[in-house]
Design a protein around this ligand. Structure first.
Ligand SMILES: NC(=O)c1ccc[n+]([C@@H]2O[C@H](COP(=O)([O-])OP(=O)(O)OC[C@H]3O[C@@H](n4cnc5c(N)ncnc54)[C@H](O)[C@@H]3O)[C@@H](O)[C@H]2O)c1
Length: 302
């Protein structure tokens, strides 16, 4: 009987200790740490915001939603708040300079109201999906990307990373050890029908990340691209032939399943840990090995 009680107590203590270690491991954000997520309402941005909130980050989120998709944005905000973190969302076009200045002013206002430790941005994530999906060349000019569409795709999906980083830096919101992540894809280095404009933007995004890694190193800020495997999101479903892409990825992926937004969210959250500070200027694959495989003999059933 005595032994039983003793073992019971030990087990209880062990669980308490393990629980504390787990909480300490997951709560990797120091007090008053914030993440700024561009593209927060769904997909990778939404899931990463929730995962970062669980790890102790407050969230500033930028998204572009109309009435139809607003419930998804509201659900993401509610999930962040459920963790006890703050969720301050701005429903604006991230590529509009005036709106960007308004968001920066909003962040300044929030920081001015914070008590205790000086608040700072520890994570900036670029996860915007807003590109024109057409051919570069077609017999019918209406089927080709226009100059305006190419420029808009480049602006939203690549250039905006630089403008946001510049403004956050100039406002002195970043703290030492801050992380920048930009979502890229296999299409940044390989071709896919209708993906020419987005592919060029992804190559630029990866290039900007390398340059930011170089230029921000003196401030201890790292910048990396995250290359996700094919993931069933609203943005993916807009790509012509997305069903073929999903089937192909399921066959190629060593785990024979698609990547999920949570696979990526958890990896990004881990990489915000201070022990990951030597990873810089890289393209990190978050794809379960999908992009290492060209041909597989595994066949999708049905
Ligand atoms: N889904 C995939 O298979 C996949 C794979 C690799 C990389 N990516 C990349 O990941 C990123 C996110 O894509 P997702 O699949 O999570 O898409 P998603 O459609 O679920 O999310 C896109 C987010 O961007 C926001 N947004 C779009 N345009 C905006 C604008 N102009 N201003 C402000 N917010 C805007 C939307 O409101 C939404 O929050 C994209 O860059 C995409 O290319 C996607």
């Amino acid at each position: 009987m005595r032994t039983k009680i003793f073992v019971g107590l030990q087990t209880h203590n062990l669980f308490t200790i393990l629980g504390n270690v787990l909480v300490a491991t997951l709560k990797i954000a120091p007090p008053n740490s914030y993440a700024l997520i561009l593209g927060v309402s769904s997909g990778f941005g939404g899931h990463t915001a929730i995962e970062l909130a669980k790890a102790g980050y407050n969230i500033f989120g930028v998204h572009l939603d109309r009435a139809v998709t607003m419930p998804i944005a509201e659900a993401t905000k509610a999930d962040i708040e459920k963790t006890g973190a703050k969720a301050i969302f701005f429903n604006v076009n991230a590529a509009d300079e005036e709106r960007r200045k308004e968001v920066i002013a909003g962040i300044k206002q929030e920081f001015a109201s914070v008590q205790g430790e000086a608040p700072s941005i520890k994570v900036l994530m670029h996860s915007l999906a807003f590109g024109s999906l057409k051919m570069l060349i077609a017999e019918n000019p209406a089927d080709m990307l226009t100059q305006k569409q190419i420029e808009m795709t480049q602006d939203v999906m690549a250039n905006s990373l630089v403008y946001w980083t510049q403004d956050v830096f100039q406002a002195k919101f970043f703290s030492r050890g801050a992380r920048i992540f930009a979502m890229t894809s296999g299409g940044g280095s390989r071709v896919l029908p209708m993906y020419g404009g987005v592919s060029a933007a992804k190559s630029s995004l990866e290039s900007y990340i390398r340059q930011l890694a170089l230029e921000l190193a003196p401030w201890g800020i790292t910048a990396n691209s995250v290359l996700a495997g094919v993931t069933d999101t609203a943005a993916l479903r807009k790509i012509p032939g997305s069903d073929v892409l999903m089937d192909n990825a399921t066959m190629r992926n060593p785990s024979h399943r698609l990547t999920t937004p949570d696979d990526v969210a958890r990896l990004i959250t881990l990489l915000t840990h201070e022990h990951a500070n030597w990873l810089n200027g890289d393209v990190i694959r978050a794809d379960g090995g999908e992009n290492s495989v060209d041909v597989t003999w595994w066949k999708k059933e049905g």
